[in-house]
Design a protein around this ligand. Structure first.
Ligand code: PGA
Length: 255
């Protein structure tokens, strides 16, 4: 099935940028979209402190805002956490969940990913659900099994309609921040496998869902990766911190 899926490129800034730096960067992005404006979906995920100012600076532009994480409760005594409703009020349209750094350093599990995904949907936000294998898992031939488990458990209990609002980000952990990128063939293989799982879970909606690739996406490899039939965009870390690089990646999503 060849359904047209708008390419979706999101910059994940991680723990980088002050409020002032964030606002300066998104102004450059909004001004530099050129031919990609309206043709590629573009979002940035600033640190929490900068979200509100970034959303204000981007008002009326084609660049959208995402959270980097969220907590699943609506409110309460959860020191240090933020709800999906708070993200929405601050100007977010998206929320990243299950990033490998959250899984590695902050105890994220498939179960918490599932709760956070449901909480985002409930608040009207579009989840970007990250999955991906560790190097040892790839070397042991377990890549597809790991991704299968992460996708099924992350999306457990969702209706097909809810699934349609979700983007999956396939990020092989060995490729994140390492300068090592999956080959186009490695990426396409896993993306096609994810699409198959999504079809089992949600039927036809799977053909409209975007599956982003993440892991050392740069201006010089973005176009080739996103030219693969099941690679519908990118989740970009390091290269999203400089406007010229991120804009070049966004433009790599144009036909
Ligand atoms: P990277 O990060 O582009 O710096 O490898 C990607 C990510 O973690 O989302």
């Amino acid at each position: 099935v060849n359904v047209a899926r708008t390419k979706f490129v999101c910059g994940n800034w991680k723990m980088h940028k002050t409020v002032a730096e964030s606002v300066a960067l998104v102004k450059e992005l909004a001004a530099g979209l050129g031919a990609a404006a309206g043709k590629v979906q573009v979002a940035v995920a600033p640190p929490f402190t900068a979200i509100h100012a970034v959303a204000q600076a981007l008002a009326g532009s084609a660049v959208e805002v995402s959270g980097q994480d969220v907590f699943w409760e609506v409110q309460g005594a959860f020191t240090g956490e933020l709800s999906a409703g708070m993200l929405a009020e601050a100007g977010c349209k998206h929320g990243i969940v299950g990033h490998s750094e959250r899984r590695q350093f902050f105890g994220e599990t498939d179960e918490t990913v599932n709760k956070k995904t449901a909480a985002l949907l409930k608040a009207g936000l579009a989840p970007i659900v990250c999955v991906g294998e560790l190097l040892a898992e790839r070397e042991a031939g377990k890549t597809l099994a790991v991704v299968d488990r992460q996708v099924r458990q992350g999306l457990a209990g969702l209706t097909a309609e809810q699934m349609g609002k979700i983007t999956i980000a396939y990020e092989p952990v060995w490729a994140i921040g390492t300068g090592k990128t999956a080959t186009t063939a490695q990426a396409q293989e896993v993306h096609a496998a994810i699409r198959k799982i999504l079809r089992e879970l949600g039927g036809a909606v799977a053909d409209a869902m975007r599956i982003q690739y993440g892991g050392s996406v740069k201006p010089d490899n973005a176009r080739e990766l996103m030219s693969q039939p099941d690679v519908d965009g990118a989740l970009v870390g390091g290269a999203s911190l400089k406007a010229p690089d991120f804009l070049a990646i966004v433009k790599g999503a144009l036909p």
